[in-house]
Design a protein around this ligand. Structure first.
Ligand code: CS2
Ligand code: MN
Length: 360
């Protein structure tokens, strides 16, 4: 595996490439052109400039998170073909720039959903948190305004104010889309983009829905083992793969994370590894990465990745806000650096104990 950190680009991120370069064992970043909108073609020159900037700092550009999918594609509207053509053109340019990993999601309207961006934990750190009760009390517009005061001045991915202004139209767009229709629209999209992925060896890595159930009545399908295996089969091409995000699949305590990882051998192209602490099955907060700080056994998650021979990029996912840092919620430097060091430590121990067993 290659340890990486997500980086939003020098115009948007409070964390610098130089800082990332100094985290032991972090050799690459996962980045994006954060100012593009879904449906737009990414210019080759801009991709190459991003790559050069990252490489000049002594890191590799290990992949893109995300090239977002336009809602017309997810909702299956007649204009989807034009947007898929544009997506293909973007993939073509990424391929020409020698980039081989694209993370994306297929969640209607929103990306991840949290009800608090700065819940205070007993140690004084602040974290993203979710309670179903709060979602049930609010409508989507209210939720956007209730969290927008805690973003530390950042634009949260998937919650861009321009999109939120059109939230009613976005909801209308999905009024006839149920889970089956969403599966069919995803299949249509994947079948059209696979040829360009084959040509340039681009691994598409779908990110799970977060939380892993329907919110505000919208359909959500990338939520559990059954559905993700269905998706792998429905377009059975190794370039159709997944981002295994422990913090997203893990929102549903019925998901057995190590078992899911083992069932996806060969199809996990990217891993997000983080921990959650559950206060009840529908109230969770994003703990430190350390197993004992949350609910998941991080050793078992890393062991499963090791066992399936995972070689792709991995990154600590959201971190807590600690030591007075002011950054995009979930995306500060300090706690993600601690997370990367911890995950690297687990990996080293797993690797060495396997090698010593082989010698015996
Ligand atoms: C990320 C997602 O911050 C996060 O929770 O893991 O926003 C992820 O980048 C997208 O869903 C992928 O398109
Ligand atoms: Mn994730």
């Amino acid at each position: 595996m290659q340890m990486t950190l997500r980086w939003y680009g020098s115009r948007f991120d409070t964390v610098t490439l130089q800082q990332i370069r100094q985290i032991p064992g972090v050799t690459g970043v996962i980045s994006t052109l954060y100012d593009t909108v879904p449906g737009e073609v990414w210019a080759l020159e801009r991709i190459l400039a991003l790559k050069k900037e990252v490489e000049d700092a002594g890191l590799t550009l290990a992949g893109i998170e995300s090239v977002n999918v336009h809602d017309a594609i997810k909702a299956g509207l007649p204009e989807r073909d034009q947007y898929i053509d544009n997506y293909i053109a973007t993939l073509e340019n990424l391929g020409k720039a020698d980039i081989h990993l694209v993370c994306y999601n297929f969640m209607p309207v929103f990306d991840w959903t949290r009800t608090e961006l700065a819940r205070v934990r007993p140690d004084g750190s602040t974290v993203l948190a979710y309670t179903q009760e709060a979602v049930d009390r609010l409508n989507p517009e209210e939720m956007f305004s209730s969290i927008s005061g805690d973003t530390n001045g950042s634009i949260m991915p998937g919650w861009e104010p321009e999109r939120m202004e059109h939230i009613k139209e976005l909801f209308d767009m999905y009024s006839t889309v149920d889970d089956e229709a969403l599966f069919a629209n995803l299949k249509y999209f994947l079948e059209r983009i696979m040829p360009v992925c084959d040509k340039y060896d681009i691994n598409m890595a779908i990110h799970p829905d977060d939380p892993a159930w329907s919110v505000f009545g919208l359909p959500r399908i990338i939520i559990n083992k059954t559905n993700i295996l269905r998706m792998m089969k429905m377009v059975d091409n190794p370039h159709n793969g997944v981002t295994f995000c422990s913090g997203s699949y893990g929102t549903n305590l019925e998901n057995d994370l190590p078992d899911m990882i083992r069932s996806l051998k060969g199809r996990i192209h990217f891993a997000h590894v983080r921990n959650l602490k559950f206060n009840s099955p529908t109230d969770f907060e994003e703990a430190a990465h350390l197993s004992s700080d949350g609910t998941f056994d991080m050793y078992e998650i890393m062991l499963a990745l090791y066992d399936i021979g995972f070689t792709g990029p991995i990154r600590p996912d959201h971190g807590r806000m600690i030591w007075g840092e002011v950054a995009m919620p979930g995306y500060g430097l300090y706690d993600r650096a601690l997370g990367a060091a911890y995950l690297n430590g687990l990996w080293e121990a797993i690797e060495k104990s396997h090698k010593s067993k082989i010698k015996l």
